[in-house]
Design a protein. Structure first.
Length: 164
């Protein structure tokens, strides 16, 4: 079955702020753990194993919350502006002067090689900018969607085993 109700799924998917979706899901998981363990604890008044189950599941949810926080810190930390400006300025200056020097000393024959090397160096700089925010839905970013599907299947299987 589904872990989220339709209105909860809509709240996660249609939020204007990307930061609230994970919070909604984590809150829903905490409520499910509470309901699962407290319902069973009321049926079995001893509650010892259920209390331990609640603590264990809560530890896993705390770990998941910490991982989400770490991802948010990575995603929210841009490259320092002084680094970006310094790198781009001197890289472009170097490439411009290198091309002029190569054309002056070796003629037009050197330009294809210099252009290829310049393209490679500018590509490295572009890759650094692309890696600055690794948690987006572009081809070069981490496949978080696949990881989330696997995690949701594992959570659903665990909940089904606990209910059964």
């Amino acid at each position: 079955g589904s872990l989220l109700l339709d209105e909860e799924a809509d709240a996660v998917l249609n939020t204007s702020d990307n930061n609230t979706g994970p919070i909604i899901v984590l809150d829903r998981l905490r409520k499910m753990v509470w309901k699962l363990t407290m319902y069973r604890a009321e049926k079995n008044s001893a509650g010892g194993p259920r209390d331990m189950l609640y603590q264990q599941l809560n530890v896993h949810l705390d770990t998941l919350t910490g991982a989400w926080g770490a991802c948010e810190r990575i995603n929210g930390t841009p490259l320092p502006l002084v680094y970006v400006v310094h790198l781009r300025t001197f890289l472009l200056l170097y490439l411009l002067l290198w091309q002029m020097e190569a054309a002056a000393n070796h003629g037009w024959v050197a330009l294809p090689t210099v252009f290829a090397a310049s393209w490679g160096l500018l590509g490295i700089e572009a890759a650094a900018v692309e890696c600055e925010r690794p948690f987006q839905w572009h081809g070069n970013h981490l496949p978080l969607g696949k990881m989330c599907v696997v995690s949701s299947r594992n959570v659903a299987q665990t909940l089904n085993n606990l209910r059964g």
